[in-house]
Design a protein around this ligand. Structure first.
Ligand code: NAD
Length: 374
């Protein structure tokens, strides 16, 4: 009974904290990411992170030569975002590393390892919260299958807000928490509908499991439909996440999707599935954006098994290169984003890819840079 009383106290504190967080959520106007001077942080991360991030940095240095020379853009190495340093300091993102990151409105980040179990929060969850990166934007494009999707995944709430802070009655049961707020949902919904409005009023598909998670997903659904009323020209539909997972691989339906709007966990899962249709997680990049900061990364993790098998040099850098295309677009360098997109596509069109029979990660990066210089 004492244990239950203690957990009730823990829950009361969490509830209070989350109510305060939800009240304080801001919908402030985004800073102008096209303003100069601009500092771009580069954090290599863990596992295959350093080798893939190196390819992205090579491409950035090639494309931004003039800006780097004039000082209008600076690439800033970020130190300490490694699992060794994080474990040693006992912090998911050590304070000095976070301070470095906060000097850069834009961050290019390699994947970071999160130990299973224990209490160490994922570095990504911490960064998304600390930098208030509420929109996780993940495009998936497969022209041969007539697929052109863009996922808007809420990035700071859902199961992730209190993911390391569930409660447990030892030997009996455990509970985790899912948190959805009105303000948190409204801002991701607005981001998705704004994108749809800017792209020919294309359809928005909302994904929930509101038939089961009635409070949280019910609220997400309700707020998304409220926001939709401000965009009368945009067709809206809603699917439950289980059938949406099936629909993404249903040839009769999948081409009809364009903008997909999801809470945090469903977006995480669906985008890995979607990326698989494009050639695997190694081909997909993502943007994590907020009003003051933006972070760009691959959608995948640090691939520890590739490293254990000595195959790190065959990690596919396409994911982080695609994220770099998104970064360039976000900072207003649209022509350079198009050049990089074209260079990646042209290398792939030649049949070049990362594999032990073809190119290493470095060689793929070099081929992209050569295509940029051609
Ligand atoms: P993972 O994404 O690292 O790997 C999944 C599979 O995809 C593996 O077979 C891996 O070899 C392969 N893969 C991933 N990226 C690849 C690439 N660029 N080229 C070729 N193959 C690639 O997922 P996981 O094994 O579940 O997670 C490993 C670690 O990464 C965990 O600690 C996890 O917490 C972390 N993680 C970090 C992020 C992030 O930093 N954004 C995202 C997901 C997972």
């Amino acid at each position: 009974m004492n244990e239950i009383a203690t957990q009730i106290e823990t829950f009361a504190a969490l509830l209070l904290e989350q109510a305060n967080r939800a009240r304080a959520l801001s919908d402030e106007k985004a800073v102008d990411f096209t303003r100069r001077p601009l500092r771009i942080g580069i954090a290599p991360g863990d596992g295959i992170g350093p080798v893939i991030v190196r390819q992205a940095e090579k491409a950035l240095r090639c494309l931004l030569q003039e800006e780097l020379q004039s000082g209008s853009i600076t690439l800033c190495p970020i130190e300490g975002l490694t699992i060794e340093n994080r474990l040693e300091k006992g912090q998911s993102v050590p304070e000095d590393t976070l301070s470095q990151i906060k000097t850069c409105p834009v961050l290019l980040k390699g994947p970071t390892t999160t130990p299973g179990g224990g209490t160490m929060t994922s570095a990504n969850v911490t960064l998304r919260r600390e930098l208030d990166l509420y929109a996780n934007v993940r495009p998936v494009c497969v022209p041969d299958l007539n697929i052109d999707w863009i996922f808007f995944r809420e990035n700071t709430e859902g199961e992730y807000t209190l993911g390391s802070r569930g409660i447990e009655l030892e030997g009996l049961m455990a509970m985790d928490f899912k948190v959805i707020s009105v303000a948190g949902t409204r801002r991701i919904a607005k981001a998705a509908f704004d994108y749809a409005a800017q792209h020919g009023n294309c359809k928005v598909t909302i994904v929930t499991k509101a038939n089961i998670m009635k409070k949280t997903d019910g609220l997400f659904s309700q707020v998304c439909h409220e926001v939709a009323k401000d965009y009368p020209g945009i067709p809206v539909e809603e699917y439950y996440v289980d059938i949406m997972a099936a629909n993404l691989v249903n040839p009769d339906l999948r081409s009809s999707f364009r903008v997909v709007l999801t809470p945090n966990l469903y977006g995480d899962i669906l985008t890995d599935e979607a990326a698989q249709l494009q050639g695997g997680v190694g081909t997909a990049g993502s943007a994590n954006t907020g009003s003051r900061y933006a972070m760009f990364e691959a959608i995948h993790g640090s691939a520890p098994r590739l490293i254990e098998q000595g195959l790190g040099n065959w990690a596919d850098p396409e994911s982080i290169l695609r994220a770099t295309v998104m970064l360039l677009d976000h900072i207003g360098c649209h022509d350079k984003a198009d050049l990089l997109r074209g260079a990646i596509d042209s290398v792939k069109a030649k049949g070049l890819h990362v594999s032990q029979d073809c190119l290493t990660c470095e060689a793929f990066g070099d081929a992209v840079v050569s295509a940029l210089q051609a």
